[in-house]
Write a protein that binds this ligand. Structure first.
Ligand SMILES: [Zn+2]
Length: 131
């Protein structure tokens, strides 16, 4: 029956990365669209300062979500050695929407595994516009 095996072929590291990528894709599909999940939301902007350990310069980043975006509020880690990392803002943002809050801020540590723990962090600010 199922021909698709995640463990088939390639080096271990590559297949792990591919599995992580496919899992991320599946999570997106499961999450559905912002418009369907949160029809009252017109737009979400996540502004963050990304800090990677060992790199002095911190990087400002902005990620926007729109009604036609997937309702998966996750920001990728920029560390190349990081496997399945990222910053999960789902709880923050769904909590804000539930309370109709327009702004929130905080810090997150990358969830991924790499050679160093705590290899990257973000200081984020979320702004939500409602319809
Ligand atoms: Zn990471």
């Amino acid at each position: 029956m199922g021909e698709a095996s995640l463990l088939k072929g390639g080096k271990m590291n590559n297949s792990m990365k591919r599995a992580a990528r496919e899992e991320r894709q599946q999570r997106k599909l499961d999450a559905g669209f912002v418009a369907a999940q949160f029809p009252e939301v017109a737009g979400i902007a996540i502004s963050m300062i990304y800090n990677q350990r060992g790199i002095q310069k911190s990087m400002p980043r902005v990620v926007n979500f729109f009604p036609d975006s997937y309702a998966l509020f996750r920001v990728d880690c920029l560390n190349k050695e990081c496997v399945d990392g990222g910053f999960d803002l789902n709880q923050v943002i769904t909590g804000m929407i539930r309370n109709h809050k327009e702004a929130a801020k905080g810090d997150l540590i990358c969830e991924g595994n790499s050679t160093s723990a705590n290899h990257s962090t973000i200081a984020y600010e979320v702004a939500i516009q409602y319809t």
